[in-house]
Design a protein around this ligand. Sequence first.
Ligand SMILES: N[C@@H](CCC(=O)N[C@@H](CS)C(=O)NCC(=O)O)C(=O)O
Length: 211
Amino acid sequence: MKLYSYFRSSAAYRVRIALNLKGIAYETASIHLVKDGGHNRRPEFRAVNPQMRIPALVAPTGDVLIQSLAIIEYLDETHPEPPLLPKDPIARARARALAQIVACDIHPLNNVGPLRYLKHEMHQEQGAIDAWYHHWVVAGFEAFESLARPGPYSCGGQVTMADLCLVPQVYNARRLKVPLDEFPKIVGIDTACLKLSAFERARPESQPDAE
Ligand SMILES: N[C@@H](CCC(=O)N[C@@H](CS)C(=O)NCC(=O)O)C(=O)O
């Protein structure tokens, strides 16, 4: 498989963890999201993903899949071991809900595109942009913290797609200096996950395009 990725992209980071957990070999095609206003805006990449976002995965069929949660579910369906969702329907809904707190409610507000828009189109100062970023991470993490199960992972003893979303968001939050003292469960889950080689190998610093 081929993964269009960028070392700091947290949505791509989620998929890298899934590929590693499933033991699927893949090649990385790096798309720089910052240089020259973002290489994702070039026509070559637009032809791959009309949404011009990372990640995109080229499946063995040649089909290009986009949207990290859809890609993760595709990988889970085609490579069922280890499962990334619990068996019980209620537990599955809970795992998806935690994943979506990050992927649907935190990340879209703090993504490169919206932050760039705040700066260049809305003419906001960096301080205001940082406050915006912190606000939405903290709001989402407060909900995640109270909903997370006793560890070591977000939903208990099994790694789920909730963890695949949480760990990259924690990485981002640390990079943007969001204090995490109020979130002991989240910090504990992050530590437990990063002890697993699949998570460790997916870290931004471990990627071929890391800077
Ligand atoms: N909901 C999408 C989000 C994808 C996304 O926005 N990726 C970011 C990087 S983490 C991106 O490509 N941003 C480029 C931009 O906004 O211009 C997913 O889960 O895959």
